[in-house]
Design a protein around this ligand. Structure first.
Ligand code: ADP
Length: 267
C-alpha cells in the first residue's frame, strides 16, 4: 500500500506523475493519490476578487485564512478543476480513478479550529470564522472497498468537521493520516523541490536520509509550507508508516525515482 501526495506548486508535472502512478497501479500496486492545488486556488481567488489572506500562527506556521467565500473557491479548484483533471489523466492511462473529497462518504473527519491565534504586525490576534481544521479519522472501510474493487482513489481536501461542516485541511498532513490509518508501507510526498534542502535556495543541498528518531530535529531546516510536510512526515512515522519520501515532481517518472531513493528518505 502506497500513499502518494502531489502538490500544486508551480513546475509540478502532473502528467508525468499520472504516467508513473498508472505504471505502478497497472503493475498491481495498491495506491491512493492525494493532491493539493494551493497555487491554482490563489490564481482563481485573485481572478474572482477574493485575494488570499495569509496569516502566521503564534507557533510560526504560515497558513491561509479561510472564510466561507475562500472555502468555496477552494472547493471549486480542488474538488472541481484539479481533482477532475487528475481523474481524467488517470482514466486516459487505463486506471479506474475515482475522485473524492474528504467530505464524500465522510472520508476525512476531524476538528475544526474556528478561531486562529495569529501574529499580525507584531501583535497577537484572534481571527474568527475560519474554516480550517485537522484530520483525525479516515474512513478506512470506504478506501478498502474502493481498492478491493479496482478503483484508485484520488483524494483531496476539504475534510468534514465533527459538526458536519466542510473545512480546509493541510494536504500533506491529511496524506500522512491516510498513510497511517491505511497502514501504508510508504508515503511519498512529491513537490517542486528535489526533497528537503539544507538551504532552500540551493538544490544541491539535498538531505538524503533522516533517521526516523531525528525527524523533529529537521523542523528547523524547513521553512514555510515545507514545515507542514516535515510535521506530516514525523506524524506518519510515529503512526507506524515504514518510510516517508520527499521527492521532485518536475521530472519524468517522479514516483519511480522517489522509490529508487532520489529524494529525501525518512525511515
Ligand atoms: P506543494 O504545493 O507541492 O505541496 P509547497 O509550496 O507547499 O508545495 O511546499 C514546497 C515548497 O517549500 C518549495 O517550493 C520550497 O520553496 C519550500 N521550502 C521551504 N523550505 C524548504 C526546504 N528546506 N527544502 C525544500 N523546500 C523548502
Amino acid at each position: 500500500m502506497l500513499v502518494v501526495k502531489v502538490g500544486g506548486s508551480a513546475g509540478i508535472d502532473l502528467a508525468a506523475v499520472c504516467d508513473d502512478v498508472a505504471r505502478h497501479v497497472l503493475a498491481g500496486t495498491r495506491l491512493i493519490l492525494v493532491h493539493g492545488g494551493s497555487h491554482e486556488t490563489n490564481v482563481v481567488a485573485e481572478k474572482l476578487g477574493v485575494p488570499p489572506r495569509f496569516v502566521t500562527s503564534v507557533s510560526g506556521f504560515q497558513s491561509r485564512y479561510t472564510d466561507r467565500a475562500t472555502l468555496e473557491i477552494f472547493e471549486m479548484v480542488y474538488c472541481g478543476k484539479t481533482n477532475k483533471a487528475i481523474v481524467e489523466m488517470l482514466q486516459a492511462r487505463g486506471v479506474n480513478a475515482l475522485g473524492l473529497s474528504g467530505l464524500d462518504g465522510a472520508l476525512l473527519t476531524g476538528v475544526r479550529k474556528g478561531t486562529l491565534k495569529v501574529i499580525e504586525g507584531g501583535k497577537r490576534k484572534l481571527l474568527r470564522g475560519d474554516f480550517t481544521g485537522k484530520v483525525e479519522r479516515v474512513n478506512v472501510a470506504l478506501l478498502d472497498l474502493l481498492l478491493a474493487h479496482g478503483y484508485t482513489p484520488v483524494v483531496t481536501p476539504p475534510a468534514l468537521s465533527y459538526e458536519g461542516e466542510a473545512m480546509n485541511v493541510d494536504g500533506d498532513r491529511a496524506a500522512a493520516v491516510i498513510a497511517q490509518q491505511m497502514k501504508a508501507e510508504c508515503l511519498v510526498i512529491l513537490s517542486n523541490v528535489p526533497g528537503l534542502l539544507r538551504d532552500v535556495h540551493d538544490e544541491g543541498s539535498l538531505i538524503r536520509t533522516i533517521p526516523a528518531a531525528a525527524v523533529e530535529d529537521y523542523m528547523g531546516v524547513a521553512q514555510g509550507r515545507m514545515r507542514m510536510k516535515v510535521l506530516g512526515a514525523s506524524e506518519a512515522i510515529a503512526g507506524g508508516v515504514g518510510a516517508v519520501l520527499f521527492a521532485d515532481a518536475r521530472v519524468p517518472q517522479p514516483l519511480t525515482r522517489a522509490l529508487a531513493g532520489q529524494g529525501t528518505k525518512i525511515a
